[in-house]
Design a protein around this ligand. Structure first.
Ligand code: G1P
Length: 303
């Protein structure tokens, strides 16, 4: 990407959703992980809404043969819409239609073999072509009162022409679960990445600044992904291709405003559910009461 102030707007968002979700078995035996609900919407919807709010109008889902539910979810549900319309259920009709607002299109690409995140992103190449694009990992749910994380990153990408990787600080003991970056100068919010490494052991990690599942990438990443050998965990890693990109183009780490929940873990999913319930337009007060009640009741049992 060129460093100009009028870099092209990011219009394409890629969602790698071909993972097996084994951590959530048996729930994910039939329901894809991305379809697990947080209060009133499936996980994938939060990532999709964040991408649309950032200006994306083409959503590319990298799926596998077991993920029909994701494609079905974004398909138009004619019968359901007709029924809701006839029954005068305007609000429900709006909710169903808004899954994919007008003017936004969904494209599905099959990843035949689970060869890693880098490989999944490479599968999007025929759709993305030669423009900068976003990657969102729906497991990472980002709650924000103001503009979403991707919108913040898109503004930075547009202003600088750099590729952008979302980061947050993690305890050193957890570096082995993340891509870790080292930057030259970090102004508190952003800094040019000089090194990026996938899941380093705490003693080998160059910093404690961890990659969160939001990226805005230059299309130059595709040629590099083609040449990326298997890395950590025997998988083709997006992190390794980004490491190769650093030698050619500017890639910035960006600390977004917002709270990230790791919905790839049981506790993260529970935490997100609590937070979204407490923040919900209509459920907030009742949810607060329920939680207090549950804590009190458990407290009584324990004493
Ligand atoms: C992936 C990336 C890793 C990143 C993480 C964020 O790992 O490979 O660099 O830090 O997402 O959630 P995964 O969690 O899929 O193993």
């Amino acid at each position: 990407m060129h460093q100009t102030s009028d870099s092209p707007r990011v219009r394409i968002a890629v969602f790698p959703v071909a993972g097996l979700g084994t951590r959530f078995l048996p729930a994910t035996k039939t329901v894809p992980k991305e379809m697990l609900p947080i209060v009133d919407r499936p996980l994938i919807q939060y990532a999709v809404d964040e991408a649309i709010a950032a200006g994306c109008d083409t959503l590319v889902f990298i799926t596998n043969r077991y993920k029909h539910a994701v494609a079905d979810y974004f398909d138009k549900a004619y019968e359901l819409e007709q029924k809701l319309e006839r029954a005068g259920k305007a609000e429900q009709l709006r909710l169903v239609r808004n899954v994919l607002p007008e003017g936004v299109r969904a494209v599905f690409v099959t990843q035949a073999e689970a060869l890693g995140l880098g490989h999944a992103v490479l599968c999007a190449r025929p759709v993305v072509g030669a423009q900068p694009f976003a990657v969102l990992l729906p497991d990472d749910l980002i709650w924000s009162r103001g503009p979403g994380a991707l919108a913040q990153m898109a503004a930075h990408a547009q202003a600088t022409g750099a590729s952008v990787v979302a980061v947050q600080d993690v305890p050193r003991a957890q570096t082995g679960s993340y891509g870790i970056v080292a930057t030259d100068i970090f102004d508190g919010q952003a800094g040019r990445i000089r090194q990026i490494v996938e899941k380093p052991a705490p003693e080998a990690a160059p910093s404690t600044l961890a990659v969160v599942g939001r990226y805005i990438l230059s299309p130059a990443i595709f040629d590099l992904l083609e040449r990326t050998p298997k890395g950590a965990g025997g998988e083709i890693q997006l992190t390794d291709a980004i490491a190769a990109l650093l030698a050619r183009e500017r890639v910035d780490a960006f600390r977004f405003h917002g709270t990230r929940f790791d919905c790839g873990t049981h506790l993260g999913l529970v935490e997100a559910t609590i937070r979204y319930a407490l923040d919900h337009e209509t459920l907030s007060e009742a949810a607060r009461g329920l939680m207090q009640h549950a804590l009190d009741a458990m407290g009584v049992v324990e004493t």
